[in-house]
Design a protein around this ligand. Sequence first.
Ligand code: PMP
Length: 356
Amino acid sequence: MLSKTMRYYGQRSLSTDVSAYARILEGFRGSIGNTPLIRLPKLSQETGCNILVKAEYLNPGGSIKDRAALFLIKDALDKNLIKSGATIVEGTAGNTGIGLAHICNALGFKCVIFMPDNQSKEKIDILRVLGAEVTTVPVVPITDPNNYNHHAKRYAEQHENSVWTNQFDNRANRDGHYSTTGPEVWTQTNGKVNAFVMSTGTGGTLAGTCMYLKEKNSKIRTVLADPPGSVLYHYIKSGKLERTDGSSITEGIGQGRLTQNLKDAPIDESLFIKDQDSVNMVFKLLCEEGFFIGASSGLNVAAAVEISKSMPKGSTIVTTICDNGQKYFNRLFNKNELSKRGLLDQLPEQYHKNIF
Ligand code: PMP
């Protein structure tokens, strides 16, 4: 007998439903945002809640950070900070840089990126192929003048016609999510969203989306999900910037301070998610739901499942798939790396065929 899922996949209407993309989009800029909101059938059935994911990996540069990149450049243009032939400079874990590099190519700008040297090689390769000038620097805290963000700021100060977009503290980042991601989630759920949960790097996505959703309905539960080694879990709980133990396999999330983008955001609570739970969820989504995602998205979905345990049955919980797994072959899908981080032994046996 065919299962419900099999019958669903067999439906013929699939190729004729083009309503979401019924118009022609204008260039790279025009194809940022308006991502689908996808219900995960298996996890929804298991939790008794609607687990919905915003498919941010479908942005044209491949991640949620295309939105921030667009709004940061738009902000610089609006403020007349950019002249033709400008150089855009940013400190980034990679994805914002990739978004910026694409937009720079579309606008004829040069792109200069400073990255911490513990990020995936694939992101650096992509940036170089896009034509960005990439410098990796040792990982040091923001209080150290050699932190990657200070390098970016200094570069812009020392070079003519250069702009540091400052994704962490420039609120154009969260404003972009307030004016796009938030309204999209609200509209796509017909206002029936009960909780929004996700991890943060700059805080732009979580803050901007939650600001919009809380304005629409203050009862929507807003949750920050945090990996090991970040201060935000404790900050939201107690107001103290106290780091949780360890470091994380996730990239682009976790934070050592309160960024301007996260400051005063209407976040109700925080959840700590262990790497093992994030990684196991990456493989569950891959093998059981059909989605090939990165580690921050595994964490996000693990957090959505966690909060479903304290929500009434039938609640709608929204999170994001920030990017896909293709940038993380050498880490997340690599046996030695998982083993080195103590994440292999508790990865369910059925997923060991998916790593090499
Ligand atoms: N996931 C991934 C893969 C990212 O690259 C980032 C941003 N660095 C985030 C999540 C977090 O997004 P935000 O900066 O808006 O908090």
